[in-house]
Write a protein that binds this ligand. Structure first.
Ligand code: ADP
Ligand code: MG
Length: 673
């Protein structure tokens, strides 16, 4: 490829247009070549006026001007109407608003090649259009070709984009190969010089498909390689376990699982290396991530450093602070709790102790990183339920000048195929197995009209001293009478279970009230909670064995799985009842079937991916971490596998990419910067 140039090199692209193009990531000619069309305008066939259909009202044909008329338009100015005929004699009126000069151009009797994406037809069989392009020659009008259709921005027109892409291709070509020769052959890929031309200006559908496949494969392969190469540098010596950690482990009433031990040791190695850690701890709901987090915290505290533990809700932060106090304060760890609701004198004292370093571990919400908070030597930030915060949180920490290690925890598992890909810059530890003695939650699908059995089984659980959650999607009846709202259902349940203590909990309650209720639930003073999805994340009450989810059909799979994860957190058998109404959509049926079929969060996430596609699931992770241009995370799973396989082979055989056949890869990677 010849040297890159600025996008302003393209004739007709000035400062203003360049600024607009900048907003979609096009700064240079190379950016333009790498910018894929969103669709194609197939002008291979000439389309006369009689060829239009409601599905495809476009035309691309020759017309001759037969008459003119002008009339004042609604706004100021005159509208020119030029009546033309195509070669079959069918008529079309071209409407030129405020462009009287068009009259001189559209001389009577002159012929033009017109392209328009949509023409309208009136009762008299006359067509009209206001948006059209006229060219002197067939060639110029692109007739006989397939033209790219790009996403537009600001003042940029399709015409400017096409100009820019063909200019950029001419200026930079020939394009060199970016993959080893052998890979082109084995995967029947296009060579890159063809691929870049064909993705913009294909001559048929096969060109489009094959060019896209080649560019997607290349993109995935370069990404996988850069991940693998990043890993190479990161081989670390195992960290040494501290006395504090040993003490915590020996005080536990249970054994750590093998995965917990492994994850803790990976984290230790990271924390003892010279680079700040950036690790994701993923594990299904109930797999015991919190304990791994405390071990990580102790490892830093043993070195005299501070640790911050952040949870997405005040309720969860409180639960964790209490858990920490129970497990860690006997070892002399100084723990503090900080949320937005900590105010006045106690806040002032707390902030002082963080600044002076007399607090070792602070647990809280995002308020931990408000403006007025500063630390003496914060070395580790633990983010629980990371998916709740989004990726910006990490950026936000960086922007605040906090360059601590980060341990993110999530139970929203990323399907195996995507884990590496989505978290390109993260190391990942996974808790695959549950603590021993857990019995998988049994899930029942209950139709709305068939709920009596369910109520009875739960009554039996109450008699055994076990607890339950009833979850509803709404707080109060906002005129949507088919939604069983919490307030109303609480009354109904009270009459079903007379004498069984219960409480209503939802996000509109004052924070202290929620905390009190959860306390009483944990202390078994309350036997069931009637709740909105505030109980979704993190809440850990081992004696709760029943989870009823009303209107389960309107919850997403991730939420259902999280909610179900509130039970089955001990060695007691647990039950999840998914209550659904009438008229289920196909997707809702599919979701419920998945929930019934499996408890495995990974499988559920994979199914979720199938049902919904990953864009949504990955949320800002996708747009934040990756800018995939050509590859699709939904439809290219096979390509992802192949690209990973090849990248792994190459990274293994030739980690420095020094072999002659791998030179194209080395060059392509260095261009990515
Ligand atoms: P999650 O991974 O969903 O955050 P938690 O960390 O809340 O899960 O752990 C769920 C429950 O399992 C807690 O009550 C915790 O004390 C318990 N637990 C954690 N590790 C083990 C283990 N190795 N054996 C038995 N129970 C464990
Ligand atoms: Mg948790």
């Amino acid at each position: 490829m010849r040297p890159d140039g600025r996008i302003t090199d393209v004739p007709g692209i000035g400062k203003k247009s360049a600024a607009d193009l900048g907003t979609i990531g096009i700064h240079t000619l190379r950016d333009m070549v790498l910018f894929p069309p969103r669709a194609y305008d197939d002008r291979r066939e000439e389309r006369n006026l009689s060829d239009t259909t409601p599905d495809n009202p476009s035309i691309a044909c020759r017309i001759t001007v037969i008459s003119h008329s002008q009339f004042p338009s609604k706004r100021s100015g005159m509208t020119l109407k030029a009546t033309c005929a195509d070669d079959d004699g069918r008529r079309i009126e071209l409407l030129c608003f405020n462009r009287p000069f068009m009259k001189d151009m559209l001389k009577l009797g002159s012929s033009w090649y017109i392209t328009a994406s949509a023409v309208e037809r009136n009762r008299n069989g006359i067509y009209s259009t206001a948006s059209f392009e006229l060219k002197r020659t067939r060639e110029e009008a692109g007739i006989g070709r397939i033209l790219p259709v790009y996403p537009l921005t600001g003042s940029i027109t399709e015409k400017m984009m096409r100009n820019a892409s063909s200019y950029a291709i001419d200026a930079l070509s020939p394009f060199e190969d970016e993959l080893p020769y052998d890979i082109y052959r084995r995967y029947s890929l296009m060579h890159h010089d063809d691929a870049y031309r064909c993705i913009h200006y294909p001559s048929d559908d096969t060109d489009i498909k094959e060019a896209r496949r080649t560019l997607a494969f290349t993109e995935l392969m370069l990404m996988e390689l850069s991940i693998l190469r990043g890993r190479e540098h990161g081989r670390k010596a195992p960290g040494k376990i501290s006395r504090l950690e040993e003490k915590l482990i020996s005080s536990l009433p249970f054994q750590l699982t093998a995965d917990q031990i492994e994850a803790a040791s990976e984290i230790r190695a990271d924390l003892d290396s010279t680079h700040p850690m950036n690790r994701l701890l993923q594990g299904d709901v109930g797999s015991g991530k919190t304990l791994v987090a405390w071990l990580a915290a102790l490892h830093e505290i043993a070195k005299g450093n501070q640790v911050a533990f952040m949870a997405p809700t005040e309720l969860l932060a409180r639960q964790h602070a209490e858990g920490a106090a129970e497990l860690l304060s006997s070892a002399g760890i100084r723990i503090a709790f900080l949320t937005g609701s900590v105010k006045g004198q106690s806040r002032r004292l707390l902030l002082e102790s963080l600044k002076e370093g007399t607090t070792d571990l602070v647990v809280g919400t995002h308020a931990l990183f408000s403006e007025d908070v500063s630390f003496r030597h914060l070395k580790l930030v633990i983010i629980d339920e990371q998916h709740r915060f989004g990726v910006q949180q990490r950026e936000a920490l960086k922007n605040k000048g906090i360059d601590a290690s980060i341990l993110s925890m999530t139970a929203t598992p990323i399907p195996r195929t995507l884990a590496l890909t989505l978290f390109a810059d993260l190391d990942v530890s996974t808790l695959h197995t549950m603590p021993s003695g857990r019995i998988p939650v049994k899930t029942y699908l209950v139709s709305d009209s068939n709920r009596d059995n369910m109520y009875q089984s739960i009554a039996v659980e109450f008699q055994r001293g076990h607890q339950a959650y009833f979850v509803y999607p709404r707080i109060d009846d906002e005129g949507e009478s088919d939604i069983r709202d919490v307030t109303h259902m609480h009354e109904e349940l009270k009459s079903k279970y007379p004498g069984v203590p219960s409480a209503l909990i939802h996000s509109k309650l004052p924070e202290e009230e929620k905390i009190r209720i959860l306390h009483d639930f944990r202390a078994r003073k309350i036997m069931y909670l009637v709740a909105t999805s505030v109980v979704e994340v993190g809440i850990d009450i081992p004696d709760a064995t029943c989870m009823v989810i009303e209107h389960a059909d309107i919850f997403g799979l991730a939420a259902l799985h999280q909610l179900r994860g509130r039970v089955g957190r001990s060695s007691l058998p647990s039950y999840c009842f998914l209550v659904f109404g009438k008229n289920l959509s196909m997707e809702a049926k599919a979701r419920l079937a998945v929930m019934k079929e499996t408890n495995d969060g990974f499988r559920i996430a994979e199914k979720d991916l199938e049902i919904r596609g990953p864009g949504e699931m990955a949320g800002d992770r996708q747009s934040g971490f990756l800018r995939l241009r050509f590859a699709s995370l939904t439809s290219d799973l096979d390509l992802i596998e192949d690209a990973r396989k090849e990248a792994e082979r190459i990274a293994e055989e030739d980690p420095g990419l020094l072999r002659i056949e791998n030179a194209p890869l080395r060059i392509a990677l260095s261009k990515q910067g």
